[in-house]
Write a protein that binds this ligand. Structure first.
Ligand code: BG6
Length: 495
């Protein structure tokens, strides 16, 4: 593609996200020939570092975190000269002045105007000040030239998300603002749209007539670890459901957009969020379950409880597990429950969407044909297994008529030789290309906050007396099973 010469300015250059995700992604894009010939990456932070010191750090990070393993010397030597470091105190105008000078120098060198991507991989309290600082250096700029990428969390609640959107709108046009939800960059997540909208056979079934219920489950073995400083003010509902799980839900529930452009796709997604049934305070107990992990054993290792994690409040009321039953009140989905759950320190790490179809209207086979009649189920497995499975009933080979459930499987590994790119590769490339399809629009973020506010308020206002209420290596609190069992279903897990 034709990508203009680009300067990346990464705030939080010495931080964890840059080390683990951004730099490895840029490096892999470089290796695969996706970066323009003229590009520069300027890391910035409060630590004083020379360009050379910063390069050495990034090389060590790459060697540890890149999906391609250790960097080859000859590749790194071509990449390294594009990397720079600028110490900066983002609270001072001088910082932005320095960036401008650097950008101007590159442009002079390259003899063309450059696109500039400011990437805010910093704590959210810095978003307003940095956004304002940047805007003051690019007052009447061509809006397609300057872009600002904002990491999560986008707001702490509805009010703060609105305030941040408002502040950004004072300085930038929406087409310049790239709000990250890294789940949208995942290969298997993008494929939900391909699967639904490039195949004709699904659409006639994709509604309340055929679908009984939908489950979206993102479970993690990982604990909160060193992130308690952030996590204790967040919790599973904010950290995962407000963004990642609701975005997955939108991809399952959205109507077909008229075309695959950013705003058409995002219009249909925001329609879903707007159609989702709002909870009254008295509904929360019935519709949502929270949990917090206790100490236990996981994969043969003793792991601390959440309240014992480094830096955690020993009486913390923060949930590390959340399950919610949602409804989408529109023609397509009326009456179909969408169960979502997510949690840390669970038995297995797996992100799965399970779509359960209704039962056959009448069973013609005698009862002896199989002990368990199952309904058809479509399973979109996002990670670590990357697959789509359709569960159907089949006759077991033999002289009698015995039925059992079998999977028709499309799996990435067996189908494609190439390794899937990391989500951040896709998203950084899209930001360079100016394609916002896989980024959150301001109204989407606000609708998602609006939807979960009653749950947040109920939980904050009523400390849980049962915490910790699930042990490491379990599937979460018992009430989460009860939430779905009440309706006659079970949480689905892959064998
Ligand atoms: C992040 C959350 O957004 O997503 C983390 O802040 C979580 O708490 C992570 O662990 C999960 O992402 P992935 O890509 O590992 O599924």
């Amino acid at each position: 593609p034709n990508i203009k010469p680009t300067v990346f300015i990464i705030f939080g250059g010495t931080g964890d996200l840059n080390a683990r995700k951004l730099s490895p992604a840029l490096y892999n894009l470089f290796l695969d020939g996706w970066l323009p010939d003229q590009f520069a990456i300027i890391g910035t932070g409060r630590t004083r570092l020379t360009d050379e010191e910063f390069r050495t750090k990034l090389l060590a990070d790459l060697n540890q975190f890149s999906r391609n393993g250790k960097a080859r010397k000859e590749d790194w030597e071509k990449f390294a000269p594009h990397i720079f470091y600028q110490v900066a105190d983002v609270k001072t105008p001088a910082a932005y002045e320095q960036f401008s000078q650097r950008i101007a120098a590159f442009e002079e060198d390259w003899k063309v105007p450059a696109n500039v991507i400011y990437y805010l991989a910093v704590a959210p309290e810095f978003f307003p000040i940095i956004a304002t600082g940047i805007a003051q250096r690019h007052p009447e700029d061509d809006p397609t030239r300057v872009r600002i990428v904002i990491e999560k969390p986008f707001g702490h609640d509805l009010e703060s998300a609105r305030a941040l959107n408002k502040l950004l709108a004072q300085h930038f046009q929406e087409c310049q603002i790239y709000r990250i939800d890294h789940y949208l960059g995942k290969e298997t997540v993008q494929n939900i749209m391909a699967f639904r909208f490039a195949n004709a056979i699904m659409e006639p079934l994709w509604n309340r007539n055929s679908i009984e219920h939908v489950q979206i489950s993102v479970t993690e073995q990982l604990g909160v670890g060193e992130r308690t400083g952030y996590y204790d003010n967040s919790g599973a509902l904010r950290d995962m459901i407000q963004n990642h799980l609701l975005q997955l839900l939108c991809l399952v529930a959205m109507d077909p957009p008229v075309n695959f452009t950013a705003d058409e796709v995002r219009n249909r997604k925001v329609d879903v969020l707007r159609a989702m049934r709002r909870f009254k305070p008295e509904d929360v107990r019935e519709a949502a379950v929270r949990g917090q992990y206790a100490a236990g054993w996981l994969e043969g290792k003793k792991v601390p409880g959440y309240r014992e994690e480094k830096g955690a409040n020993p009486a913390s009321n923060t949930e590390t597990f959340a399950a919610v039953k949602f409804f989408v009140d529109n023609w397509r989905w009326q009456g179909v429950p969408f169960y979502v759950r997510t949690g840390k320190r669970l038995h297995r790490s797996a992100s799965i969407i399970s779509i359960q179809f209704k039962d056959v209207p009448h069973i013609i086979f005698p009862a002896e044909t199989g002990e368990s009649w199952q309904q058809n189920r479509l399973i979109i497995s996002i990670q670590p297994e990357m697959s789509i499975r359709l569960q159907v009933q089949a006759k077991r080979p033999g002289l009698d008529m015995m039925l059992n459930t079998v999977d028709m499987v499309f799996d990435y590994q067996g189908t494609y030789a190439a390794e899937a790119p990391e989500a951040y590769e896709t998203l950084l490339l899209d930001a360079m290309l100016g394609d916002q399809t896989l980024f959150m629009r301001g109204d989407q973020v606000e609708e998602a906050w609006d939807l979960i506010m009653p749950i947040l308020n109920a939980w904050q206002g009523r400390p849980s007396l049962s915490f910790p209420n699930y042990s490491a290596d379990s599937w979460g609190p018992e009430l989460a099973e009860a939430l779905i069992a009440r309706d006659g279903f079970h949480w689905f897990t892959l064998p």
